[in-house]
Design a protein around this ligand. Structure first.
Ligand SMILES: NC(=O)c1ccc[n+]([C@@H]2O[C@H](COP(=O)([O-])OP(=O)(O)OC[C@H]3O[C@@H](n4cnc5c(N)ncnc54)[C@H](OP(=O)(O)O)[C@@H]3O)[C@@H](O)[C@H]2O)c1
Length: 226
């Protein structure tokens, strides 16, 4: 049975990933901050194992890796993220920036490092980070969302470095832009339902080859500008 690990699995795109993987017959390791309150996640039929995981808790990732010590992980999906402060350069919310950098960049990297052996031991060996079109330096025409953009741009560099670091183990690391999606983060005006975005991303993930490692792709598989 293939296995997927998804962070931020209690709502939004993470919940849609958990549902889609369970439907496909994967064992799903679903990570969230408050499993006891994750009613939608608990209601998913299939082999769904909930794990308490807070991106900002330094022991949480280590404990997760220990709990999964003997479990190959085919698809690791680093999805959890925060928008961060909506501040201005003249009045930066430094703690808010640190939170965004921690949750959006450092925690995914720590997770990948902690579970590297389990991913390398799987058949599919995929590490997917959910990035954003807003991470793109080349495509930034509208500005704003400073902390979010910077944290996701940092994630892009970290994941690209990771792709080089783990290439010899046959692990394929890709950054995916899910599009603009109707979640708490994306808001009600977004054109895409979470299920549509996730269906697109899973089709992209299915098609990945080692030559794709280190790429930044849209949910439809198109290259995104760095
Ligand atoms: N929606 C869009 O239009 C859009 C566009 C581009 C990229 N993205 C990216 O897609 C991914 C999913 O976004 P979404 O739209 O589904 O967002 P969302 O609805 O706001 O969900 C965010 C998820 O991240 C979790 N999370 C936040 N802080 C956490 C922490 N410290 N530890 C553990 N989990 C934490 C949340 O858990 P709690 O419930 O505990 O807060 C929640 O499960 C993110 O990486 C986001 O940047 C989204």
């Amino acid at each position: 049975m293939p296995t997927a690990l998804v962070t931020g699995a209690n709502r939004g795109l993470g919940l849609a990933f958990a549902r889609a993987y369970a439907e496909r017959g994967f064992r799903v390791h679903a990570c969230c901050r408050r499993p006891e309150q994750a009613h939608l996640l608990r209601a998913i039929p299939g082999d769904v194992v909930l794990h308490r995981w807070d991106a900002r808790d330094p022991t949480a990732t280590r404990q997760l890796a220990e709990a999964l010590a003997c479990e190959p992980i085919d698809h690791l999906v680093a999805n959890a993220a925060v928008t961060g402060p909506r501040d201005r350069p003249e009045a930066l919310d430094i703690p808010g920036w640190f939170e965004a950098l921690h949750v959006n960049c450092l925690a995914p990297l720590q997770l990948a490092a902690a579970l590297r052996r389990q991913v390398a031991a799987s058949r599919a060996r995929r590490m997917i980070a959910i990035s954003s079109a807003l991470a793109s330096l080349a495509d930034n025409r509208s500005g704003g969302l400073w902390a979010y953009r910077c944290s996701k741009a940092a994630l892009n560099m970290a994941w690209r470095n990771l792709a080089i670091e783990v290439a010899r183990e046959g692990i394929v690391c890709v950054l995916l832009d899910p599009g603009w999606v109707r979640t708490d983060m994306g808001g009600p005006a977004a054109p895409l339902a979470p299920e549509e975005s996730v269906a697109g991303m899973l089709a992209v993930i299915d098609r990945l080859t080692p030559a794709d490692s280190g790429r930044f792709l849209s949910f439809q598989g198109e290259p995104r500008a760095w």
